[in-house]
Write a protein that binds this ligand. Structure first.
Ligand SMILES: [Mn+2]
Length: 468
C-alpha cells in the first residue's frame, strides 16, 4: 500500500513537471548514495545479540515477524516526520519506512538464526525527490540481513515461509502497521498461531547496554544545556512558546532532530494539566511554570522536569510545596538500587508527601484516611518513576501486581510531584495552583544509582540563580 502511495506521489510529481513527457527511465546522472548508519548510534553485533536473546526465549518452530511504523499524512502532500517503531528499531537498527523483518531459526541448523528484510528498493527517480534509501543491498551490507527483498515481495515470501510447514507460530507486532497487517492476511492461506511480540521485547529493552546508556547520556546532556538557556528566558509577560522555542533551538544546534515528546511549558493554572502542550499562554510574575522537556538523541529519550517561579523568586508558599517535592525526590533516589521494589519507593513518597502537606497546613484531613481512601491521588495523580529508553515511557517489567524490581542498567526518570487544584476544598486556598514536579534521569548501578541529569540543579537557590 505504501509503495502504491509513493508511486501515486511520483506520478503526481511527474505529471506536474513539464520536463518529463516520456515513460519513467533511470536517471542519466549521479545522486548521492545513502551513508552507512552513523556508528555512534549503531553497533551491529549489539543488535544481532538482541535478536539472539529474543529467539532464545521462543520455541524452535517460531517465526518472528516485525513491522515498523507507517508514514502518516499530515496534510496535502506532506507527511508527518517518520520515526521507526521502537521495537522494530531495537531488533534491526533500521530506520526507513516500508520495511518488514523476519527472524527465524534455520531449518537445517536450528542453532543458527536467519534474518530476512523487506525494504524499499533503490530507485533513482524516487531518490531524486526523496533522497536515497538503503535498498535490499544496504540491508545486507549494513544491517546484517542474510537475505533481503523489495518491500513489495513481502506477501509472496511470507506465504511461502508459512506454507512450508516448518514454522507453526508467528510472534509479531503486526498491528503497529495496518497496511502490512492487511498484506499479511491477504497473502497467507491458513492462519498460524499468532502471539504478541511486544511483551517479549519489552523484557529485553528494560536493561540497557553501554551503547544505549551513552545515547541516553547524550540526550540528557543536551537537555540539561537547553534547560540552562530556557531558564534565562522565563519572565513576566513571556509567552510559553518562547520558552519552548529556546529548547528547540539548543536541540537543533546539537544535532537532535526532535524532542522525545511534546515539550510542556505550563504556567499559572496550566500547571495542573499533566500533559499540557498548547504552550500559548503569556506567563505572569508571581506564578509558577512547570517545564517538562526531553531531547531525543539516536532515538533515545531524555525526560527532565523543573518548576520555576516566573519572576525568578519562589514565594514562601511556593517554596513550601517545592521543598516537600524536593525532599521526596531525594529520598526516592537515595533508595534506588538493584533489587528494590519500585512500589516500596512509591509508598514511601506518598507517605512523606501526605504527612508534610498536613503538617504545613497545606491540605486538610487525616493522614491514614487520605492514604487508605486513595484521596492522595488528588495531590499525587501520577506514578513516581518510569523507565526511559527508545520510548520516553519505556518498558518496566511488571513481575506481579505490586512488584516492579529495579535492576542494574535500568534507566528511570524519577518524577515526584504535588498538584494542588484551584477550587479543591481539601486544599488551603493560599495554595491553589501551587503545584510542583521535579524529574531527573537515574541509572541503576551495581551498588546503587547515578543521577545522569545531576548537572541541572534542583534546589531553590540554584534554580533562582540559573534564571539570572
Ligand atoms: Mn516523565
Amino acid at each position: 500500500m505504501n509503495n502504491s502511495k509513493n508511486l501515486l506521489i511520483l506520478i503526481l510529481i511527474l505529471s506536474l513537471s513539464s520536463c518529463y513527457k516520456e515513460v519513467i527511465s533511470p536517471l542519466e546522472y549521479n545522486l548521492p548514495e545513502k551513508l552507512a548508519p552513523y556508528e555512534t548510534f549503531f553497533d551491529l553485533p549489539t543488535i544481532q545479540s538482541r535478536r539472539e536473546n529474543l529467539m532464545n526465549k521462543l520455541p524452535v518452530n517460531a517465526l518472528v515477524l516485525i513491522v515498523t511504523n507507517d508514514t502518516y499524512l499530515r496534510n496535502g502532500n506532506v507527511n508527518y516526520d517518520f520515526r521507526p517503531t521502537s521495537n522494530f528499531y531495537y531488533l534491526t537498527g533500521f530506520d526507513e519506512p516500508n520495511a518488514v523483518a523476519v527472524i527465524r531459526r534455520n531449518q537445517a541448523e536450528a542453532n543458527t538464526i536467519e534474518f530476512i528484510m523487506f525494504v524499499e528498493e533503490r530507485d533513482s527517480r524516487m531518490a531524486q525527490w526523496l533522497g536515497p534509501v538503503y535498498g535490499p543491498e544496504g540491508a545486507i551490507e549494513y544491517f546484517g540481513a542474510d537475505s533481503a527483498y523489495a518491500f513489495g515481495k513481502f506477501g509472496s515470501q511470507i506465504k511461502s515461509y508459512l506454507s512450508s510447514g516448518s514454522y507453526q507460530s508467528v510472534y509479531t507486532n503486526l498491528e503497529d502497521n495496518p497496511s502490512v497487517c492487511d498484506s499479511f492476511y491477504n497473502a497467507i492461506i491458513d492462519t498460524p498461531a499468532i502471539y504478541d511480540l511486544d511483551g517479549l521485547t519489552y523484557d529485553l529493552r528494560a536493561i540497557k547496554s553501554e551503547i544505549e546508556i551513552n545515547a541516553l547520556r547524550e540526550a540528557i546532556n543536551v537537555s540539561v544545556q537547553a534547560f540552562g538557556e530556557a531558564a534565562k528566558r522565563i519572565g513576566h509577560g513571556v509567552y510559553e512558546y518562547e520558552v519552548e522555542a529556546t529548547f528547540d533551538y539548543i536541540l537543533g544546534l546539537n544535532g537532535c532532530p526532535s524532542t522525545a515528546f511534546p515539550t510542556i511549558v505550563a504556567s499559572g493554572p496550566n500547571i495542573n494539566i499533566l500533559h499540557y502542550q498548547a504552550n500559548q499562554r503569556q506567563m505572569l510574575g508571581g506564578e509558577l511554570v512547570m517545564i517538562d522537556f526531553g531531547a531525543e538523541y539516536g532515538y533515545y529519550a531524555a525526560d527532565i522536569t523543573r518548576t520555576f517561579p516566573v519572576n525568578g523568586k519562589f514565594s514562601p508558599q511556593q517554596a513550601n510545596v517545592y521543598n516537600i517535592v524536593l525532599e521526596a525526590h531525594r529520598a526516592a533516589i537515595r533508595g534506588a538500587a538493584p533489587g528494590v521494589n519500585y512500589y516500596d519507593l512509591y509508598a514511601m513518597v506518598i507517605d512523606y508527601i501526605v504527612e508534610q502537606l498536613l503538617a504545613k497546613g497545606i491540605v486538610y484531613g487525616e493522614k491514614s484516611q487520605i492514604i487508605s481512601s486513595g484521596t492522595y491521588r488528588q495531590y499525587i495523580p501520577a506514578g513516581l518513576a518510569h523507565c526511559i529508553g527508545l520510548d520516553v515511557h519505556d518498558p518496566f517489567p511488571q513481575i506481579r501486581p505490586v512488584e516492579k524490581i529495579l535492576q542494574e542498567n535500568m534507566v528511570l526518570a524519577f518524577e515526584p510531584h504535588i498538584y494542588l487544584y484551584e477550587g479543591d476544598q481539601t486544599v488551603n486556598p493560599d495554595y491553589w495552583n501551587i503545584s510542583a514536579r521535579i524529574e531527573d534521569d537515574v541509572l541503576i548501578t551495581s551498588s546503587g544509582y547515578e543521577v545522569l541529569s545531576n548537572r541541572l540543579p534542583n534546589e531553590i537557590s540554584a534554580l533562582e540563580q540559573l534564571m539570572k
